[in-house]
Design a protein around this ligand. Structure first.
Ligand SMILES: NC(=O)c1ccc[n+]([C@@H]2O[C@H](COP(=O)([O-])OP(=O)(O)OC[C@H]3O[C@@H](n4cnc5c(N)ncnc54)[C@H](OP(=O)(O)O)[C@@H]3O)[C@@H](O)[C@H]2O)c1
Length: 304
C-alpha cells in the first residue's frame, strides 16, 4: 500500500474493468496517489484495499487529480459517464482516454472534452493485455494535446513505453487499429495452420512451438523489404513470384479436402489470383497492396 504524503503526484482512473484495474495498479505501484471511479462500486472498494482513493461520483474523481485517465468499454460509455460531470471541475485538467475507438471518435471526443473546459485531451491506444501493463513489453500510443502529453509523460510511463504520434487526436487510434488488424491477421493464420494440423491428429502445442513460431518469426524478417516495395511501387519478384505461388495449388482447396473451413484464407487467395489474372504474375506478394489500398478500393469492385 502507498502512503499519500510520499507519492510523486496524483492521477485519477475512470473505469475499473480488466484494463482499468491494471492501469490503476500500475500507478499505485509507481507510487502515484491514485483515485478511482467505476460504475460498479465493489471494484472501487477492492482498489481502496490496494491503496487507491475511492470516489463515489465522477465529479469527485475528476476533482481529485490534474490527470484523468479514462478506460471503459467504448466511447458511448465515456459520453454517458461524462454526462454526469459537473463541468466546472474539468478546468486545468488533462484527460487521457485509453478507451478503444476510431480516429473519428477520438477527434470528436477531443472537441467535446476541450470544449467543456479541459486544458487538453490526449487519446491513446494500449498495445498490451492487462497482465503486461507496467511491464517492459507494454507500449501505449498517444496523440492529441502535446502540452497535456508532455506534462504527464513521466506519469504515463508507469503503464508502459510511451509513443506520442502527433497532435491529431485521431492518429493514435489509426495506428492502434492498424496494429490490431496485423494481429488478427496473424492469429487468423495461426488458427488456420493449427486446424490443418489438428485435422491429422497432430499435437498442436508441439507444432506451434517447434515449427509455426520459428516460421512466422522468419517470415516477419521479409516485412521491411515488402514495406519498401509498397513505398516505391515496384514489386518485381526476385525469388517467389505470385504466378508460382498460385500454380503451386490452392490452400483453400486443401483446407476443404482436410475438412477444415477455408474462410480465413479465401480473401487472400482471391486477391493473389486476381493479381495474376490482371497480368502481375511476376510480382511479389506485397503487390496485393495495390488491390486493397484506399485509392484502389474506391475505383475497383470490392471482392466479397
Ligand atoms: N482487456 C484488454 O486486453 C484490452 C487491451 C487493449 C485495450 N483495451 C481497451 O480497454 C477498454 C476497457 O477494456 P476492459 O478489458 O477493461 O473491459 P471490461 O473488463 O469489460 O471493463 C469495461 C469497463 O467499462 C465499464 N462500463 C461498461 N458499460 C458501462 C456503462 N454503461 N456505464 C459505465 N461504465 C460502464 C465497466 O464498468 P462495470 O465494472 O461497472 O461493469 C468497466 O469499468 C476497452 O476500450 C478495450 O478495448 C482492452
Amino acid at each position: 500500500m502507498t502512503t499519500n504524503n510520499k507519492t510523486k503526484g496524483a492521477v485519477t482512473v475512470v473505469g475499473l474493468g480488466a484494463m482499468g484495474t491494471a492501469l490503476a495498479n500500475a500507478f499505485l505501484n509507481a507510487n502515484y496517489t491514485t483515485t478511482v471511479w467505476n460504475r460498479s462500486p465493489e471494484k472501487v472498494s477492492d482498489m481502496v484495499v490496494s491503496g487507491a482513493k475511492g470516489s463515489t461520483t465522477i465529479t469527485e474523481a475528476v476533482l481529485a487529480s490534474p490527470l484523468i485517465v479514462v478506460c471503459v468499454l467504448n466511447y458511448e460509455v465515456v459520453y454517458r459517464i461524462f454526462d454526469e460531470l459537473d463541468w466546472s471541475v474539468l478546468a486545468d485538467r488533462i484527460v487521457v482516454n485509453l478507451t478503444n475507438g476510431t480516429p473519428k471518435q477520438a477527434r470528436e471526443m477531443a472537441i467535446f472534452i476541450e470544449g467543456k473546459g479541459a486544458k487538453g485531451y490526449v487519446d491513446g491506444g494500449i498495445m498490451a493485455v492487462p497482465s503486461l501493463i507496467g511491464q517492459k513489453e507494454a507500449f501505449l500510443l498517444y496523440s492529441g494535446s502535446k502540452i497535456g502529453f508532455e506534462a504527464y509523460q513521466s506519469v504515463l510511463s508507469a503503464l508502459g513505453a510511451v509513443k506520442f504520434l502527433g497532435t491529431d487526436a485521431g492518429i493514435a487510434a489509426l495506428h492502434d487499429l492498424a496494429l490490431l488488424s496485423g494481429m488478427y491477421g496473424m492469429f487468423g493464420g495461426f488458427l488456420q495452420a493449427t486446424a490443418l494440423i489438428d485435422s491429422a491428429q497432430v499435437p498442436i502445442t508441439e507444432f506451434t512451438t517447434s515449427l509455426l513460431i520459428p516460421w512466422l518469426q522468419a517470415m516477419t524478417t521479409a516485412m521491411p523489404e515488402m514495406a519498401a516495395q509498397i513505398e516505391v511501387g515496384n514489386y518485381v519478384s526476385k525469388e517467389a513470384n505470385l504466378a508460382m505461388q498460385v500454380a503451386g495449388g490452392s490452400l483453400v482447396d486443401f483446407s476443404i479436402a482436410q475438412g477444415v473451413k477455408p474462410d480465413l484464407l479465401v480473401a487472400v487467395e482471391l486477391l493473389m489470383k486476381q493479381r495474376v489474372a490482371d497480368g502481375h504474375g511476376g510480382d511479389d506478394f506485397a503487390s496485393l497492396f495495390e488491390l486493397i489500398r484506399k485509392k484502389a478500393a474506391s475505383k475497383t469492385e470490392v471482392i466479397p
